[in-house]
Ligand binder design. Structure first.
Ligand code: PLP
Length: 339
């Protein structure tokens, strides 16, 4: 049976062209800062985000952790949406390692506004943690942060002398979906991470971007966390390839997600968050069936999905082409999920 892997956009395998540039990458010891390909990737990431400097890190989790560690500071508080990745999927590292106390806010789709932050900032009391940072995720669950929210959050942060970190794991998806350049989104955050290993299709790595003083400290902390890697040029070459060849094609992933969401909506058995499908992620539920049951039943028909609590998630990706998408839509349409 043919399988369609829609569990995540992290499951993609490097293309042949990508493997070729990896194999021929010029390398050096990056702990000595002598890897020319990594240096090129870091320069490109800085240029794309409009930040003075960038650092290659092993993962999105590491980038977020370094930013929160350095920007929030131990015993201080970060304000973030309760469904954000740093809360749900980073094993409490911001508390366990960085000593940061998260204050979570329940907001529709995880999109914060300045009004949601009002009254939540603490400072000046000897027996209270001080609020130092706001964290936003863009896209969040595939949904693009409206610029006016980011503007409001930045003004709020300035008024209260807070920093802003953006987990932009899928920021290029937002750029392609909205036409708003990554650089414009990045203006509203002091530091930003984006991932090469998700929709962009590289096997490993994320970029952490910020000002020079921040990136210099991040370099030390990366080493302390065990993230100093040697001939990273092999990985950086994949990242460079992804940033030059795989950004525009994200529109295909988005079109595939829209087609699948529409097919699901027509089945009669799925309740789809259709308006939430702005990029490559689809959330839906089947009334009367647990999300896990739905995941199992889809798998028995060759469609691999994931569940986040009681919601089923499908993510389109580089390894799913037009033909696969049509087949997935036809499968979903013909499926009796209750059986
Ligand atoms: C929004 C978001 N942030 C951060 C991460 C962490 O990235 P990594 O798996 O590279 O640590 C992920 C991973 O899926 C993510 O979806």
């Amino acid at each position: 049976m043919k399988q369609y892997d829609l569990r995540s956009d992290t499951i993609t395998k490097p293309t042949l062209e990508m493997r070729k540039v990896m194999a021929s990458a010029e390398v050096g010891d990056d702990v000595y800062r002598e890897d020319p390909t990594t240096t090129r990737l870091e320069s490109l990431a800085a240029e794309l985000t409009g930040k003075p400097k960038a650092l290659f890190v092993s993962s999105g989790c590491m980038g977020n952790l370094i930013s929160l560690y350095l920007q929030a500071g131990r015993s201080n508080e970060v304000l973030t949406a309760s469904n954000s990745h740093i809360i749900q999927h980073e094993i409490g590292s911001i508390s366990a390692i960085a000593g940061v106390l998260p204050i979570t806010i329940d907001v529709p789709r995880g999109v914060l506004s300045a009004a949601d932050l009002a009254g939540k900032v603490k400072s000046g009391s000897y027996d209270m943690a001080t609020t130092t940072l706001i964290e936003v995720e863009n896209t969040i669950g595939g949904y693009c942060y409206p610029l006016e929210n980011l503007e409001g959050i930045k003004d709020f942060a300035q008024t209260h002398q807070l920093k802003v970190h953006m987990d932009g794991a899928r920021l290029f998806n937002a750029q392609v979906a909205t036409g708003i350049p990554v650089k414009t989104y990045a203006k509203y955050a002091d530091t930003i991470t984006f991932c090469l290993s998700k929709g962009l299709g590289a096997p490993v790595g994320s970029m952490l971007c910020g000002d020079e003083a921040f990136i210099n400290k991040a370099l030390t902390l990366r080493k302390m966390l065990g993230g100093g890697m040697r001939q990273t040029g092999i990985l950086a070459a994949a990242g460079l390839f992804a940033l030059t060849h795989h950004v525009d094609r994200l529109k295909d992933d988005h079109a595939h997600a829209t087609a699948i969401a529409d097919a699901l909506a027509k089945t009669g058995w799925a309740v789809v968050d259709r308006e939430g499908v702005q990029t490559n992620i689809i959330f839906f539920q089947v009334p009367g069936l647990s999300a896990q049951t739905v995941v199992h039943r889809l798998a028995s028909h060759g469609i691999l999905a994931n569940n986040e609590g009681e919601i089923v998630r499908l993510v389109t990706n580089l390894d799913l082409n037009d033909e696969d998408t049509n087949e997935v839509c036809a499968l979903l349409t013909s499926l009796d999920i209750e059986a």
